[in-house]
Write a protein that binds this ligand. Sequence first.
Ligand code: HEC
Ligand code: HEC
Length: 324
Amino acid sequence: MKNLYLGILFSATAIVSCNQQNGKKGEVIPEDNIVKLSESETLEGFGLMKTNCYACHNPVTPESERVAPPMIAIKARYLAQQKTKGEFIAEIWNYVQKPDSSKSKLPGAVQRYGLMPYQSFHQKDIEKIAAFIYDYKIPEPEWFKEHYKKQMNAEFNQNGKPIPASAKTKEEIAMDYALETKQLLGKNLQKKLKEEGAEKALEFCNVEAIPLTKSVSDKYKVAIKRVSDQPRNPRNLANAEELKIINKYKADLVAGKSVKGMMLNDHQFYMPITTNTMCLQCHGTVGKEIKPNVAAEIKKLYPKDKATGYQENQLRGIFSVTMK
Ligand code: HEC
Ligand code: HEC
């Protein structure tokens, strides 16, 4: 699915963007106007982007639930040709003030998601957002680099400076840590599964899941845990407070709502962990998705296992990140 979408996104656009540039010369905002945005005004663009654009363009919504491309896909496309900051900002504003498929540089996205709905935005806010996107490295989904490489046959290295930690909320920093842990576990699990199959991957999780999680905790000097109401490893059993959060996420999923990370108070962050089909090889039903040899190994390593019987898109557990 990702392949398909990025394929459409990147391949069909070249001709459109050339036409675009010839016809829209008059709309470029003079560099002078842009330069007037101070550093702090530009950084305001981050908050404005999250408030106004992330409902649809955020980097974290899973592929299957997306209603629009992540903002990084737009940045990559709009900067595929060399552009000044003024040209970039003008092109973003030109689209946002009146979305129209004839102006689109991402016709694949229009095809997949439908046209961006018209909303009334202030030009100054959009300029700050676009300046921020141009100047800084904005958050990318986990899969973006790899798929860019597949589609464009080139490495994707995003332009821009790193966003200063002072511009991030504590929740964003905590989420960065949870995502890094998730990626680390996921990358290693996928590799083992592919190279050695589910039984060996299971042994790998048995030995490495907790130490890998701890390595991220140690790196940032925070406490990261992966817990469940139905744990495989009894050490991962959720406590009373975590159970409350788990039950809330479960109820939301049953009600068809999507679930996402949340900061409970000034230092405690939770992020839901949901299942996909891949997980069911080890967390699905014995005799159905779980093969006999894998079931036997689970029984051997985890005599008190409670982590089977799951279906796709159910809550498997949560990440807990406790900040200082
Ligand atoms: C309600 C959902 C929604 C919101 C909110 C939203 N967009 Fe979009 N946007 C879309 C969709 C869907 C597309 C893909 C279809 C398209 O290109 O029109 C898109 C595409 C775009 C594109 C690429 C247009 C192209 O095809 O060349 C830009 C630029 C863009 N959005 C900017 C923004 C900015 C900036 C914000 C916040 C100020 C924002 N959008 C908020 C839904 C949204
Ligand atoms: C190859 C088998 C395997 C696959 C595939 C697998 N897991 Fe696990 N999972 C395990 C094992 C083994 C443990 C126990 C690790 C430990 O001892 O700390 C575990 C533990 C967990 C835990 C911690 C709570 C607990 O039950 O101990 C969560 C959460 C979890 N898995 C989620 C997932 C999700 C989500 C997926 C799919 C994206 C997945 N797992 C795929 C084998 C697997």
